[in-house]
Design a protein around this ligand. Sequence first.
Ligand code: GDP
Length: 343
Amino acid sequence: MQHWGVGYGLWATAFSILNMHPLAPPLLSGSRRALARAITLAESTRPEHEQQAQALLAEVLPHAGNSLRVGLTGVPGVGKSTFIEALGLRLADAGHKVAVLAVDPSSPVSGGSIMGDKTRMPQLTVHPNAFIRPSPSSGSLGGVTRRTREAITLCEAAGYDVLLIETVGVGQSETQVAAMTDLFLLLTLPNAGDELQGIKRGIMELADLCVVNKADSDPAAANRAQSELNSALHLLTPRGARWQPRALQASALTGKGIAEVWDAAQEYRRTLGDALALRRQSQLLGWFDELLREAVWQRFLNAQNTDDLTARRREVQAGTLTPVQAVAALLGAAKSPTAGAGL
Ligand code: GDP
């Protein structure tokens, strides 16, 4: 702590002269402490921190991108943290640098089961090749996903080559995590009959791999679940033409099947090849569009007389104005540069 404080001060002086962010060099050389500090900076909502974080991100961006980004979802209790611990340890022992991030905008509602504390992955937490970051605890889904995307960049710049991004199986966060990862993995339970009904079709459609976890608890049921899932996956339209999503089975508790899941992930990566880079590009553009939409909307609201907005909404509700007329009326009246921008 002490040592870092002194070092940071010196760096701050030296690199502010060179116009570099002082966290960039230690981050790029793989310091976990610098990575943690950089993520904290990116999570801060103070305007001066946001500026610094953006400068840092821009600086390290050329060093990011060299990882396999794996999204993981599944209902609470399916075994996500046990699975991440098992897979993460195996990879970290093999020399990979593994970062675990989480997206959980729903914690106050769902009871906050996800990534609340690091005791859920006790061995991985202390492994020198691993970095675990709990979910930013508050904020809108947009805010949480932005911070996670930035954390991805920072982890990659720090040399992490496997990113495991966990989300809980509720709400919209799966779509968001699928939109920032290369491979999306759905964990399910052996009682697939009930499970299949419980899993939203939308989430199945996002999955590149399904893993029936806890196969040790009921091997026969796990076999059935695996084949039912495989049939269901065949009926869905795959996300890309090159890969047919498939179901596997594993036991995060005993470790059986975990190596096969990683083999399948590697096969997926090889099979997709260049398509993965294209997918990342379109994810980035998607994110850009989303940010732009939010920013333009915010700017519009700032420039908008709220009484006008309320009045138009009432007219639309009452059926005295069509939505199209209402939008035209508002944009005509708005003082902001968004007026006439074809919103
Ligand atoms: P999460 O809420 O999805 O993160 O689930 P956890 O990883 O906390 O696991 C929930 C419970 O299931 C814990 O008691 C685990 O020990 C147990 N569990 C996880 N994976 C397995 C498994 O493969 N087999 C068995 N039998 N139990 C498991």
